[in-house]
Design a protein around this ligand. Structure first.
Ligand SMILES: *[C@@H]1O[C@H](CO)[C@@H](O)[C@H](O)[C@H]1NC(C)=O
Ligand SMILES: *[C@@H]1O[C@H](CO)[C@@H](O)[C@H](O)[C@H]1NC(C)=O
Ligand SMILES: *[C@@H]1O[C@H](CO)[C@@H](O)[C@H](O)[C@H]1NC(C)=O
Ligand SMILES: *[C@@H]1O[C@H](CO)[C@@H](O)[C@H](O)[C@H]1NC(C)=O
Ligand SMILES: *[C@@H]1O[C@H](CO)[C@@H](O)[C@H](O)[C@H]1NC(C)=O
Length: 279
C-alpha cells in the first residue's frame, strides 16, 4: 500500500514541472546583425529556478529569478549580450560574427522540490554573403548544333557555401537530360568558401528553339540572400528566314542584285546581371 501511495505521489509530482520546452533560434542571420533567441516552456504550477544558455556547451547567459540581479553574463569571445532584451525566455546577442555559428542550447530548471530540467538545442549560422553577383563565363558565345557548351558560374567568398541553381530559358536545369552540372568548392582562410559550378551540354535545336538560349545561375544562402546573373548564347547557324534583303544605299545600284545583310555581324552577345536581393 505504501508503495502504491509512493507511486501515486510520484505520478502527481511528474505532472507538475516542465512541459513543452521549445527553442526558437533562427536558421541563419547575417554577420553584424542581432541574434534573438528564446525558449518557451510551461512550468505548470512550479516556479522557474533557472534558465541557462550555452553555445557549444559553454555557458554565456544565466537567469535565476531568486538571485539579485537575476541576470548573469559569462564572458565568451564574440558574444555581446544585450541584457535589456534578455530575460527568463529571451537572450539577445548583438553584432554577431560567423564564429558564433554553432549549436545553441537552453537549459530550463523548475524550482524545488523536483528541479525538473529540460534541454533543447538548435544550430544557427552567422553568414557572410558574397560581395558580388555570380560571375558567368561561357567557353564561346555562338554555337552551332553539336558544339559543346561549357558555362562556369563562380560565387565570391562566402560562409557557409552558397547553393547554386542553373536555369535554361527560365527552366530549372538540374533535372534536364543532356545537361551535366558539376560543382566544386575551394576553402579560403577562416572557413570562407568559393563555389564554382559548370553547366555542360551540347547545342541542339531543342536548346535553341528561338535561336538563342538564356543561361542563368542563381546563388543563395538560406532565405537571407539570393542573386543571379545570366548570359545569352546565340545559335550560329544562318537563320533561314532571317536573311533579309536590305535596301541598297547606293544610288547607282539599280539593276544590281541587292546585297545580303551580314546578320552574323549584327548578332550580339548580351550579358545581363539581374540582381535580386531579398530582405
Ligand atoms: C520566441 O521566438 C519566436 C520566434 O522568433 C517568436 O514567435 C515568439 O514570440 C518568441 N517568444 C517569446 C516569449 O519571446
Ligand atoms: C569546362 O571548362 C573548364 C574551365 O573553364 C574546364 O576545366 C572543364 O574541364 C570544362 N569541362 C568540359 C566538360 O569540357
Ligand atoms: C524568362 O522570364 C522573364 C521574366 O519572367 C521573361 O521576360 C522572359 O521572356 C523569359 N524567357 C524565356 C526564354 O522564357
Ligand atoms: C542549400 O539547400 C538545401 C536544400 O534545399 C538547404 O537545406 C540548405 O539550407 C541550403 N543552404 C544554404 C546555405 O542556403
Ligand atoms: C560577317 O560578320 C562576321 C563577324 O563579324 C565576319 O567574321 C564575316 O567575315 C562577315 N561576313 C561577310 C560576308 O561580311
Amino acid at each position: 500500500m505504501n508503495a502504491l501511495l509512493y507511486l501515486f505521489t510520484l505520478y502527481i509530482l511528474e505532472c507538475v514541472g516542465l512541459r513543452d520546452l521549445k527553442i526558437h533560434v533562427p536558421v541563419a542571420v547575417r554577420s553584424g546583425s542581432i541574434l534573438r533567441m528564446n525558449c518557451t516552456y510551461d512550468l505548470e504550477n512550479t516556479a522557474l529556478y533557472s534558465i541557462k544558455w550555452y553555445l557549444r556547451d559553454q555557458e554565456f547567459y544565466r537567469y535565476v529569478p531568486k538571485e539579485s540581479p537575476p541576470t548573469r553574463v559569462f564572458p565568451m569571445p564574440g558574444i555581446i549580450v544585450n541584457v535589456q532584451e534578455s530575460d527568463e525566455n529571451r537572450v539577445t546577442i548583438v553584432n554577431v560574427q560567423r564564429e558564433l555559428t554553432g549549436y545553441y542550447k537552453c537549459e530550463v530548471s523548475a524550482d524545488a522540490p523536483l528541479f525538473h530540467t529540460g534541454i533543447k538545442t538548435k544550430l544557427t549560422y552567422v553568414t557572410n554573403e558574397p560581395s558580388f553577383p555570380p560571375t558567368l563565363h561561357a567557353n564561346r558565345m555562338k554555337y552551332s548544333s553539336g558544339d559543346l557548351i561549357n558555362v562556369s558560374c563562380i560565387a565570391g567568398e562566402s560562409y557557409p557555401a552558397v547553393n547554386i541553381s542553373w536555369f535554361l530559358n527560365n527552366q530549372t536545369a538540374e533535372n534536364m537530360k543532356s545537361v551535366r552540372i558539376k560543382t566544386t568548392f575551394e576553402h579560403k582562410v577562416s572557413e570562407l568558401v568559393i563555389m564554382r559550378s559548370y553547366l555542360i551540354t551540347r547545342a541542339s535545336t531543342l536548346l535553341f528553339p528561338t535561336g538563342r538560349i538564356k543561361v542563368m545561375c542563381e546563388i543563395s544562402q538560406f532565405d537571407l540572400y539570393k542573386m543571379s546573373s545570366y548570359l545569352e548564347l546565340v545559335d550560329n547557324a544562318p537563320p533561314k528566314s532571317a536573311q533579309v534583303i536590305a535596301p541598297s544605299l547606293s544610288p547607282h545600284s539599280t539593276g544590281k542584285a541587292p546585297r545580303l545583310q551580314n546578320w552574323t555581324s549584327i548578332m550580339f552577345i548580351m550579358l545581363f546581371i539581374a540582381n535580386t536581393k531579398f530582405l
